[in-house]
Design a protein around this ligand. Structure first.
Ligand code: SAM
Length: 238
């Protein structure tokens, strides 16, 4: 691995390690609770009926979604780049008595070590568009992939007061990136998300984007939720 790449990975780890202790707090306040509710209600529709399927929660952090899944009776592989986020997840699973149904591993979602077609259902709610190709690779034929990407328009609204020029650049598609402190991240519209998913994997024959939310790091998340986009793609191979 190049030096640049490993120092970039270290930066991501450090960033999320620092947030690990307080990450779950957000979901205890009103906005966070609504966001979790909306995400979960919509995800539930796509879950396989068979509880014996293999599920990957990629970049699953402290296991917010994993916990809900194991409580429903699924076994889940939870992976994340941040050891501290995973530590919080492990403690939570232990406390809830469900750790036996969770396999926890440290990995970069852009380069996971799972064999091809390992999982029936893969979710990645981290906004990491570069993970698409790899996650499609580990999804079984007729499996499903559910991703949360960062909404261009929600981000523009969030940035509007603080940085109107940047907000305008996002709205007019002059910029495909936004920032949160020193963190740069890719933003997409629903159309762009669909195109990216199809382009990344030619076998992805049908995508099923649904409008129901976005992952935005701004404190004004709730506003973006109201108009946001979340893309759930069904990987349906013929
Ligand atoms: C916003 S949190 C989302 C956590 C969880 N998916 C959820 O919805 O609650 C983003 C997570 O992505 C993880 N992450 C960021 N980049 C990653 C990468 N390249 N590989 C694996 N995990 C990554 C972070 O460590 C963090 O836990």
């Amino acid at each position: 691995m190049s030096e640049d790449k490993s120092s970039e990975i270290e930066k991501i780890k450090t960033r999320w390690n620092k947030r690990a202790g307080s990450y779950d707090e957000y979901y205890k306040n009103f906005k966070g609770a609504v966001e979790h509710y909306v995400e979960w209600e919509l995800l539930k529709k796509y879950l396989p009926k068979n509880k014996n399927v293999k599920i990957l929660d990629a970049a699953g952090g402290t296991g917010r979604i994993t916990l809900a899944l194991v409580k429903m009776g699924y076994a889940v592989t939870l992976c994340d780049i941040s050891p501290k986020m995973l530590e919080v997840a492990k403690k939570k699973m232990l406390k809830e008595g469900v750790l036996d149904n969770v396999t926890i591993s440290e990995c970069d979602v852009r380069n996971v070590y799972f064999p091809d077609k390992s999982f029936d259902f893969v979710l990645c709610y981290s906004g990491e568009i570069k993970a698409v190709k790899e996650l499609v690779r580990v999804t079984k034929r007729k499996g499903k992939l559910s991703m949360c990407l960062v909404n261009r328009y929600g981000t523009a609204i969030n940035k509007f007061r603080q940085d109107p020029e940047h907000a305008l650049a996002l709205l007019t598609s002059k910029s495909d990136y936004s920032y949160y402190g020193d963190e740069k991240y890719r933003v997409v519209s629903e159309k762009e998300a669909r195109e990216l998913l199809i382009r990344k994997e030619s076998k992805l024959s049908k995508s099923m984007p649904t409008t129901y939310g976005t992952r935005s790091p701004s404190p004004k998340k709730f506003l973006s939720l109201a108009i946001g986009i979340k893309t759930t793609s069904g990987r349906q191979l013929s």
